[in-house]
Design a protein around this ligand. Structure first.
Ligand code: SF4
Ligand code: MG
Length: 323
């Protein structure tokens, strides 16, 4: 298969428990039908507002969470029902994550040397002298002097700590990196440095990225193809240029209308589409199209029937009754 990863109708529902008996009284449909395919070496951007389920989707598709339904094929193997010991044996090291807050994910009591050794120890890779050499190489790859190995996380700035997070993710030579809001906590100038580093590393090492962010401009910069999520569902998925230049889904159109568009002379803003109402709760999503309570284009069918997610143009998928 030309695809490294295939996600088919993935769902992750969390039970809501109540009372002293902790009975199930419902569920939060955090991810409720997400499908897309990732080619080796490309970057898929996943965008959406907070609470749309993009982070849960990222964690579920790499089996940090057990899926409620759906299939996940990684390198052609279905990993959706694999047990933890088999996951460890077969795919854990091939998929690594980069987090929003590198400081929270780095142990403050450990030196850089220990932090970078840990994944190698977990996956029994690089022993003795080789490990030291690998650590030097990792530090150089993320733009650090190897002399830094005995320093602690607090001695580094936010951007530098994200470089450490990246180095740690690369320690076991993964194929796929899930980056969940990796630059959202950083200043804009530092964001650009980290994005550029990620792109250089991708070219250098043949990495594949799933880049999760609420920031449409950052996603536009780094992605080859982009998916838009709303209330746990994939609303639209397309090649970046198609999605940003000709968004088909009314939700994507509304999101993009808030972003300034670079034009030949200066910056132009599309007519801003203001959505009515608030984001509904994922524990009680609207019937039919989940976007119908806020959609400017909704018609009678939209509150009754769930729109099918389908390919309406080449490599352009949409879930909307208009198409
Ligand atoms: Fe709007 Fe209807 Fe399309 Fe949903 S299916 S996005 S409500 S037009
Ligand atoms: Mg790229």
């Amino acid at each position: 298969s030309e695809y490294l990863l295939e996600v088919v109708d993935l769902k992750k529902h969390f039970p809501i428990k109540a009372g002293i008996l902790q009975r199930n009284v419902g569920s939060v449909k955090a991810v409720d039908g997400v499908s897309f395919k990732v080619k080796r070496g490309e970057t898929i951007g996943i965008v959406g507002e907070s609470g749309c389920g993009k982070s849960t989707a990222g964690r579920t598709l790499i089996r940090l969470y057990e899926p409620t339904a759906g299939n996940i094929l990684f390198k052609g193997r279905n990993i959706s029902n694999m047990g933890e010991s088999e996951l460890r044996r077969s795919i854990r090291k091939d998929i690594q994550m980069i987090f929003q807050d590198p400081f929270a994910s780095l142990n403050p009591r450990k030196t850089l040397k220990y932090i970078l050794s840990e994944p190698m120890i977990t996956h029994q890779m690089y022993k003795g002298k080789e490990r030291g050499e690998k650590i030097d190489e990792l530090l150089e790859k993320v733009g650090f002097n190897p002399m830094f190995v005995n320093r602690y996380p607090h001695e580094f700035s936010g951007g530098q700590r994200q470089r450490i997070g990246i180095a740690r993710a690369l320690a076991v030579n993964p194929d796929l990196i899930i980056a969940d809001e990796p630059v959202s906590a950083l200043d804009v100038s530092i964001q650009a440095q980290i994005i550029n580093l990620m792109e250089d590393l991708q070219d250098d090492l043949g990495l594949t990225y799933v880049f999760i962010s609420h920031d449409l401009s950052v996603v536009r910069h780094i992605s080859d193809r982009v998916g838009v999520m709303y209330l746990g569902k994939m609303m639209e998925f397309a090649i970046k240029k198609d999605l940003y230049d000709e968004p088909l889904h009314p939700y994507t159109q509304a999101l993009l209308s808030a972003v300034p568009v670079p034009k030949r002379k200066g910056v132009e803003r599309r007519e801003r589409i203001i959505l009515k109402g608030d984001l509904p709760s994922p524990s009680n999503p609207p019937q039919g199209c989940v976007f119908h309570t806020r959609c400017p284009a909704a018609t009678a069918i939209c509150s009754e029937k769930v729109p099918e997610y389908k390919e309406v143009k080449k490599e352009h998928f949409v879930a909307c009754h208009l198409y």
